[in-house]
Design a protein around this ligand. Structure first.
Ligand SMILES: [Zn+2]
Length: 175
């Protein structure tokens, strides 16, 4: 697992570096922000099905990951290992993995989009990356980690595919 995550992180950096140096179409500000994501710490984050969800590496064990999610609207949340062992950091409030998930979601999507998607109270513009967690006021809601974790594994499989150096015919879809 740790090896796959490291490889994914390296691939992201190698793919992006030439683009940042202007040898390819310049990246937008949002894309550059996305590149600053700490993929080793939070290898997978997505807004899907009314949730912010993702996978967060353990700070102490490189082979352990946590599956974390926050539900839009209710702001209920949960965090467990991929083997469904509850996170010890959940003590009536979101753990550090959920906070890391929020921080990386801000880099991946941007602050306003995350705050709006999660339906945080008040003006989305009033939040900063550091205060975003204060808007999460739901309850712990235990659920199996399998659905999110299998999406992460599918994402890792995509990272294993060889990327062609030249423009692929399918790229025409994005022009
Ligand atoms: Zn946790």
């Amino acid at each position: 697992m740790a090896t796959a995550v490291r490889k994914c992180s390296t691939m992201v950096n190698e793919a992006i570096q030439p683009k940042c140096e202007g040898t390819f179409r310049p990246l937008s500000r949002r894309q550059v922000q996305a590149l600053a994501r700490n993929v080793t710490k939070v290898p997978f984050v997505e807004l899907l099905g009314g949730r912010l969800q993702g996978v967060v590496s353990s700070g102490s064990d490189m082979d352990r990951v946590y599956v974390s999610w926050i539900e839009a609207g209710t702001h209920n949340y949960y965090c467990s290992t991929n083997n469904n062992r509850p996170c010890g950091g959940l003590r009536g409030s979101p753990c550090k993995h959920l906070d890391s998930l929020l921080q990386e979601a801000v880099l991946q999507y941007d602050l306003r989009q995350v705050a709006t998607y999660l339906k945080l109270r008040g003006d989305p513009e009033s939040y900063t990356a550091k205060t975003l967690g204060s808007g999460i006021s739901g309850n712990e809601k235990k659920e199996p980690a399998g659905a999110v974790f299998s999406r992460f594994l599918a994402y890792l499989r995509l990272c294993e595919l060889a990327a062609p150096a030249e423009v692929a015919a399918e790229d025409a879809w994005f022009v």
